[in-house]
Design a protein around this ligand. Structure first.
Ligand SMILES: [Zn+2]
Length: 238
């Protein structure tokens, strides 16, 4: 490994320990819902992509499940019709930054990475998203303030299976990772793309959803969107 790679890997590791998932206490950050209601939320990051997001929408439609998609602005511009479809089918669209840069959120000044994605999403669905998930979950206090000032709630997670790995981890293994961690209020983070990939043919995430859903329902859980789980507005008028 060369010096640059070592430095980059060290920054990743330190950032993951210090900043991801971000710690609460600011009044606008959530990594789970109330532990008193038997409900959980599926969230999907880094899309939209084709055909992966479309396969996932087919699966969710068949199962009658509504989910929350944290979309990357650039990918929204690539696939506006996929975002439009997800929105029309009752899923919630959240902001996952314009380019999935972690560095942008670490800077003391700026905010274009948030605002450009707000605009990209608003242009497709006609509403301004009010839920934001930082790339990698990295959240500095000043980035939190920027988001809060813009009316965003910051959404983390409490369950994060390995469905982002390439090659893909089989759905059975993902489900085995998720099941023991499920609690009332859990927010499950999965992926419908790899960030900044225009085309993605992932299948195991949709398969995991297909395996998990009947099990969760048998256990008495509702599967709801983030606004439903947290009692927060999904959107504001443009
Ligand atoms: Zn992401």
């Amino acid at each position: 490994m060369n010096v640059r790679a070592v430095v980059s890997k060290t920054i990743d590791q330190v950032g993951n320990v210090l900043l991801s998932p971000p710690y609460g206490g600011f009044g606008y950050y959530y990594n789970h819902g109330p532990r008193t209601r038997r409900a959980v939320a599926f969230t999907f990051d880094d899309g939209p992509s084709r055909p992966c997001t479309e396969w996932l929408l087919d699966t969710l439609g068949e199962l009658g499940v509504k989910a929350t998609f944290f979309c990357v602005g650039l990918s929204v511009q690539w696939h506006p019709e996929v975002v439009q479809r997800a929105f029309a089918e009752g899923h919630v669209i959240g902001n996952h930054s314009m380019m999935h840069s972690r560095k942008a959120g670490l800077m003391l000044r700026g905010g274009a990475h948030i605002d450009e994605a707000t605009t990209a999403i608003s242009q497709v669905i006609g509403l301004r998203p009010r839920l934001y998930r930082p790339p990698w979950g990295w959240l500095t206090p000043w980035e939190g303030q920027r988001l809060h000032q813009r009316g965003y709630a910051v959404i983390g997670w409490d369950i994060y299976p390995d469905d982002w790995k390439v090659p893909e981890v089989p759905a059975e293994r993902l489900v085995a990772q998720i099941k023991p961690l499920i609690k009332p209020g859990s927010i499950i983070l999965m992926h419908d793309s790899v960030s900044n990939q225009i085309r993605w043919e992932k299948t195991e995430t949709a398969r995991a959803v297909r395996l998990l859903t009947p099990w969760l329902r048998d256990e008495g859980y509702e599967i709801v969107t983030i606004p439903d789980l947290l009692g927060l507005p999904a959107y504001a008028r443009v």
